[in-house]
Design a protein around this ligand. Structure first.
Ligand code: ZN
Length: 282
Protein backbone atom coordinates (compact mmCIF):
# COMPACT_ATOMS: atom_id res chain seq x y z
CA UNK A 1 0.00 0.00 0.00
CA UNK A 2 2.86 2.36 0.79
CA UNK A 3 3.98 2.35 -2.84
CA UNK A 4 0.96 4.24 -4.02
CA UNK A 5 1.51 7.01 -1.51
CA UNK A 6 5.09 7.49 -2.69
CA UNK A 7 4.29 7.95 -6.34
CA UNK A 8 1.93 10.56 -7.69
CA UNK A 9 -1.42 8.90 -8.27
CA UNK A 10 -2.41 8.41 -11.87
CA UNK A 11 -4.01 11.53 -13.19
CA UNK A 12 -2.53 13.76 -10.51
CA UNK A 13 -1.62 17.25 -11.64
CA UNK A 14 2.06 17.87 -12.21
CA UNK A 15 3.88 20.14 -9.80
CA UNK A 16 5.35 20.01 -6.34
CA UNK A 17 3.27 17.91 -3.94
CA UNK A 18 1.61 20.26 -1.52
CA UNK A 19 0.06 18.97 1.66
CA UNK A 20 -3.31 18.75 0.05
CA UNK A 21 -2.19 16.63 -2.86
CA UNK A 22 -0.14 14.43 -0.51
CA UNK A 23 -3.23 13.77 1.56
CA UNK A 24 -5.18 12.90 -1.54
CA UNK A 25 -2.39 10.58 -2.57
CA UNK A 26 -2.54 8.90 0.82
CA UNK A 27 -6.25 8.50 0.49
CA UNK A 28 -5.63 6.62 -2.71
CA UNK A 29 -2.96 4.62 -0.96
CA UNK A 30 -5.47 3.62 1.66
CA UNK A 31 -7.55 2.37 -1.23
CA UNK A 32 -4.61 0.04 -1.73
CA UNK A 33 -4.40 0.35 -5.48
CA UNK A 34 -1.36 -1.47 -6.80
CA UNK A 35 -1.79 -0.56 -10.40
CA UNK A 36 1.31 0.05 -12.45
CA UNK A 37 -0.03 3.38 -13.66
CA UNK A 38 -2.82 4.91 -15.63
CA UNK A 39 -2.54 2.07 -18.13
CA UNK A 40 -4.12 -0.21 -15.58
CA UNK A 41 -1.74 -3.16 -15.62
CA UNK A 42 -2.26 -5.30 -12.57
CA UNK A 43 -0.51 -8.57 -11.89
CA UNK A 44 0.91 -8.61 -15.41
CA UNK A 45 -2.55 -8.75 -16.97
CA UNK A 46 -3.86 -5.85 -18.97
CA UNK A 47 -7.11 -4.75 -17.42
CA UNK A 48 -10.01 -3.59 -19.50
CA UNK A 49 -11.05 0.00 -18.98
CA UNK A 50 -14.05 -0.84 -16.84
CA UNK A 51 -12.01 -3.19 -14.65
CA UNK A 52 -9.80 -0.41 -13.33
CA UNK A 53 -10.83 0.22 -9.74
CA UNK A 54 -12.74 3.46 -9.72
CA UNK A 55 -10.92 4.77 -6.67
CA UNK A 56 -7.59 4.32 -8.42
CA UNK A 57 -8.52 5.36 -11.94
CA UNK A 58 -7.70 9.00 -11.36
CA UNK A 59 -7.68 11.49 -8.59
CA UNK A 60 -10.56 13.27 -10.26
CA UNK A 61 -12.88 10.28 -10.15
CA UNK A 62 -12.12 9.45 -6.51
CA UNK A 63 -15.01 9.98 -4.19
CA UNK A 64 -15.64 8.89 -0.61
CA UNK A 65 -17.84 5.88 0.13
CA UNK A 66 -21.47 6.66 0.74
CA UNK A 67 -21.38 5.76 4.43
CA UNK A 68 -18.91 5.16 7.23
CA UNK A 69 -17.34 1.71 7.11
CA UNK A 70 -15.64 0.33 10.20
CA UNK A 71 -12.66 -1.96 9.79
CA UNK A 72 -12.43 -4.47 12.59
CA UNK A 73 -9.27 -6.43 13.36
CA UNK A 74 -10.09 -7.05 16.99
CA UNK A 75 -12.32 -5.35 19.51
CA UNK A 76 -11.36 -3.23 22.50
CA UNK A 77 -13.00 -4.78 25.51
CA UNK A 78 -12.17 -5.88 29.03
CA UNK A 79 -14.62 -8.79 28.79
CA UNK A 80 -12.98 -12.18 28.26
CA UNK A 81 -14.70 -12.78 24.95
CA UNK A 82 -13.26 -13.98 21.66
CA UNK A 83 -14.80 -14.53 18.24
CA UNK A 84 -13.89 -17.64 16.31
CA UNK A 85 -14.21 -17.20 12.56
CA UNK A 86 -13.99 -19.67 9.65
CA UNK A 87 -13.29 -18.65 6.09
CA UNK A 88 -13.80 -20.04 2.61
CA UNK A 89 -16.54 -22.63 3.08
CA UNK A 90 -18.83 -24.30 2.87
CA UNK A 91 -17.37 -27.43 1.32
CA UNK A 92 -18.23 -31.04 2.14
CA UNK A 93 -14.83 -32.04 3.48
CA UNK A 94 -14.41 -30.03 6.67
CA UNK A 95 -17.35 -27.68 7.12
CA UNK A 96 -19.52 -30.39 8.72
CA UNK A 97 -16.59 -31.36 10.94
CA UNK A 98 -16.24 -27.79 12.20
CA UNK A 99 -20.00 -27.50 12.74
CA UNK A 100 -20.00 -30.77 14.68
CA UNK A 101 -17.28 -29.52 17.02
CA UNK A 102 -19.09 -26.23 17.57
CA UNK A 103 -22.35 -28.06 18.25
CA UNK A 104 -20.62 -30.36 20.69
CA UNK A 105 -19.06 -27.40 22.53
CA UNK A 106 -22.24 -25.35 22.13
CA UNK A 107 -20.38 -22.28 20.98
CA UNK A 108 -21.14 -19.85 18.17
CA UNK A 109 -18.76 -18.94 15.38
CA UNK A 110 -18.80 -16.64 12.39
CA UNK A 111 -18.48 -18.19 8.93
CA UNK A 112 -17.28 -16.01 6.07
CA UNK A 113 -18.72 -17.92 3.17
CA UNK A 114 -17.87 -17.98 -0.50
CA UNK A 115 -21.18 -17.42 -2.29
CA UNK A 116 -20.71 -19.94 -5.10
CA UNK A 117 -19.80 -22.63 -2.57
CA UNK A 118 -22.80 -21.81 -0.44
CA UNK A 119 -25.06 -21.99 -3.49
CA UNK A 120 -23.64 -25.38 -4.43
CA UNK A 121 -23.57 -26.83 -0.90
CA UNK A 122 -26.43 -25.13 0.91
CA UNK A 123 -27.56 -28.51 2.18
CA UNK A 124 -24.40 -28.80 4.29
CA UNK A 125 -25.29 -25.82 6.43
CA UNK A 126 -29.04 -25.29 6.08
CA UNK A 127 -30.65 -25.57 9.49
CA UNK A 128 -27.26 -25.74 11.23
CA UNK A 129 -26.44 -22.05 11.46
CA UNK A 130 -28.89 -21.00 14.16
CA UNK A 131 -26.31 -19.97 16.73
CA UNK A 132 -23.75 -18.85 14.19
CA UNK A 133 -23.25 -15.71 12.15
CA UNK A 134 -22.55 -15.74 8.41
CA UNK A 135 -20.55 -13.04 6.67
CA UNK A 136 -19.75 -12.32 3.03
CA UNK A 137 -16.49 -13.58 1.50
CA UNK A 138 -17.41 -12.80 -2.15
CA UNK A 139 -18.79 -15.12 -4.81
CA UNK A 140 -15.59 -16.85 -5.95
CA UNK A 141 -13.05 -15.74 -3.38
CA UNK A 142 -12.42 -12.71 -5.54
CA UNK A 143 -9.68 -10.16 -5.01
CA UNK A 144 -11.84 -7.08 -4.56
CA UNK A 145 -8.80 -4.83 -4.74
CA UNK A 146 -8.52 -5.64 -8.45
CA UNK A 147 -12.15 -5.41 -9.45
CA UNK A 148 -14.05 -2.48 -10.84
CA UNK A 149 -16.77 -1.07 -8.67
CA UNK A 150 -19.38 -2.78 -10.84
CA UNK A 151 -17.66 -6.18 -10.68
CA UNK A 152 -17.01 -5.79 -6.95
CA UNK A 153 -20.65 -4.94 -6.44
CA UNK A 154 -21.77 -8.04 -8.35
CA UNK A 155 -19.61 -10.53 -6.44
CA UNK A 156 -20.58 -9.11 -3.08
CA UNK A 157 -24.24 -8.64 -3.94
CA UNK A 158 -24.71 -12.14 -5.31
CA UNK A 159 -23.15 -13.60 -2.19
CA UNK A 160 -25.30 -11.39 0.01
CA UNK A 161 -28.41 -12.74 -1.70
CA UNK A 162 -27.26 -16.36 -1.35
CA UNK A 163 -26.58 -15.95 2.37
CA UNK A 164 -29.92 -14.26 2.94
CA UNK A 165 -31.71 -17.01 1.01
CA UNK A 166 -30.08 -19.88 2.91
CA UNK A 167 -29.95 -18.40 6.41
CA UNK A 168 -32.97 -16.08 6.33
CA UNK A 169 -30.72 -13.34 7.74
CA UNK A 170 -28.97 -10.45 6.01
CA UNK A 171 -25.22 -10.49 6.52
CA UNK A 172 -23.66 -7.32 7.93
CA UNK A 173 -19.94 -8.09 7.61
CA UNK A 174 -17.63 -8.41 4.64
CA UNK A 175 -14.30 -10.15 4.90
CA UNK A 176 -12.38 -9.34 1.73
CA UNK A 177 -10.43 -12.40 0.54
CA UNK A 178 -6.80 -12.30 1.73
CA UNK A 179 -7.75 -9.24 3.74
CA UNK A 180 -7.10 -7.09 0.68
CA UNK A 181 -8.87 -3.81 1.03
CA UNK A 182 -7.71 -1.91 -2.00
CA UNK A 183 -9.57 -0.69 -5.03
CA UNK A 184 -13.26 -0.24 -4.39
CA UNK A 185 -13.52 -2.71 -1.49
CA UNK A 186 -14.59 -0.08 1.02
CA UNK A 187 -17.03 1.48 -1.43
CA UNK A 188 -18.68 -1.85 -2.17
CA UNK A 189 -18.90 -2.57 1.56
CA UNK A 190 -20.55 0.81 2.07
CA UNK A 191 -23.08 0.11 -0.67
CA UNK A 192 -24.20 -2.98 1.21
CA UNK A 193 -24.22 -1.42 4.66
CA UNK A 194 -21.36 -3.69 5.71
CA UNK A 195 -18.48 -3.19 8.01
CA UNK A 196 -15.22 -4.92 7.14
CA UNK A 197 -14.08 -7.80 9.32
CA UNK A 198 -10.42 -8.77 9.41
CA UNK A 199 -8.76 -10.79 12.18
CA UNK A 200 -6.13 -10.45 14.86
CA UNK A 201 -4.94 -14.02 15.39
CA UNK A 202 -4.43 -16.70 12.74
CA UNK A 203 -5.10 -20.16 14.12
CA UNK A 204 -3.13 -22.26 11.66
CA UNK A 205 0.17 -20.45 11.89
CA UNK A 206 2.25 -21.78 9.02
CA UNK A 207 5.42 -21.80 11.08
CA UNK A 208 3.86 -24.00 13.73
CA UNK A 209 1.51 -26.34 11.90
CA UNK A 210 4.00 -29.19 11.86
CA UNK A 211 3.66 -29.21 15.61
CA UNK A 212 -0.12 -28.99 15.99
CA UNK A 213 -0.13 -29.08 19.77
CA UNK A 214 2.29 -26.18 19.91
CA UNK A 215 0.17 -24.35 17.32
CA UNK A 216 -2.89 -24.70 19.51
CA UNK A 217 -1.01 -23.78 22.70
CA UNK A 218 0.29 -20.69 20.95
CA UNK A 219 -3.24 -19.56 20.02
CA UNK A 220 -4.51 -20.20 23.53
CA UNK A 221 -1.68 -18.17 25.06
CA UNK A 222 -1.89 -15.29 22.59
CA UNK A 223 -5.65 -14.75 22.76
CA UNK A 224 -6.74 -11.55 24.50
CA UNK A 225 -10.14 -10.11 25.32
CA UNK A 226 -11.63 -9.05 21.99
CA UNK A 227 -9.41 -11.26 19.83
CA UNK A 228 -10.81 -12.29 16.44
CA UNK A 229 -9.48 -15.75 15.59
CA UNK A 230 -9.18 -16.83 11.98
CA UNK A 231 -9.47 -20.49 11.03
CA UNK A 232 -10.51 -22.10 7.76
CA UNK A 233 -13.00 -24.85 7.03
CA UNK A 234 -11.48 -25.29 3.57
CA UNK A 235 -7.91 -25.54 2.38
CA UNK A 236 -4.53 -27.10 2.95
CA UNK A 237 -3.26 -29.61 5.44
CA UNK A 238 -2.13 -27.08 8.03
CA UNK A 239 -5.68 -25.83 8.15
CA UNK A 240 -7.08 -29.30 8.60
CA UNK A 241 -4.85 -29.77 11.65
CA UNK A 242 -6.40 -26.65 13.09
CA UNK A 243 -9.92 -28.00 12.53
CA UNK A 244 -8.95 -31.34 14.06
CA UNK A 245 -7.55 -29.61 17.11
CA UNK A 246 -10.52 -27.30 17.61
CA UNK A 247 -11.77 -29.14 20.69
CA UNK A 248 -8.38 -28.71 22.37
CA UNK A 249 -8.24 -25.05 21.42
CA UNK A 250 -11.75 -24.40 22.71
CA UNK A 251 -10.94 -26.20 25.96
CA UNK A 252 -7.69 -24.26 26.33
CA UNK A 253 -9.39 -20.91 25.81
CA UNK A 254 -12.18 -21.82 28.18
CA UNK A 255 -9.52 -22.80 30.69
CA UNK A 256 -8.22 -19.23 30.51
CA UNK A 257 -11.71 -17.92 31.20
CA UNK A 258 -12.69 -17.00 27.65
CA UNK A 259 -16.18 -17.34 26.23
CA UNK A 260 -17.05 -17.46 22.54
CA UNK A 261 -19.39 -15.09 20.73
CA UNK A 262 -20.11 -14.22 17.12
CA UNK A 263 -18.16 -11.31 15.72
CA UNK A 264 -21.19 -9.03 15.73
CA UNK A 265 -21.94 -10.01 19.32
CA UNK A 266 -18.32 -9.28 20.24
CA UNK A 267 -18.70 -5.81 18.80
CA UNK A 268 -21.98 -5.24 20.64
CA UNK A 269 -20.47 -6.47 23.91
CA UNK A 270 -17.56 -4.08 23.52
CA UNK A 271 -19.91 -1.19 22.80
CA UNK A 272 -21.94 -2.03 25.91
CA UNK A 273 -18.88 -2.23 28.14
CA UNK A 274 -17.60 1.12 26.91
CA UNK A 275 -14.85 -0.31 24.77
CA UNK A 276 -11.19 -0.11 25.54
CA UNK A 277 -9.60 -2.28 28.18
CA UNK A 278 -7.03 -0.70 30.47
CA UNK A 279 -3.59 -1.05 28.96
CA UNK A 280 -1.55 -3.84 30.47
CA UNK A 281 1.27 -2.85 32.80
CA UNK A 282 4.64 -2.99 31.06
ZN1 ZN B 1 -10.59 -16.59 2.17
Amino acid sequence: MGRTADAPPPGAAAGPPGRRSLLRGLALGAGGAVLGGAGGIAGGRLMAEDEVPASAASVDSWEPPERQVDIVWSVDTAARLVALTFDDGPLPKWTPMALDVLDEARIPATFFMVGSRLAAHAGLVRGRLGRHEVGNHTWRHDDLSRLSRAAGYRTVHRTHAAIAAVTGREPVLLRPPWGRMGGTTVHVAAQHGYDIALWSLLVQDRALHRDPQRMIDDVVQRARPGTVLLAHDVGQASRLEAVRRLPAMIAGLRGRGFSFVTLSELRRAAARSGGRAAPAAP
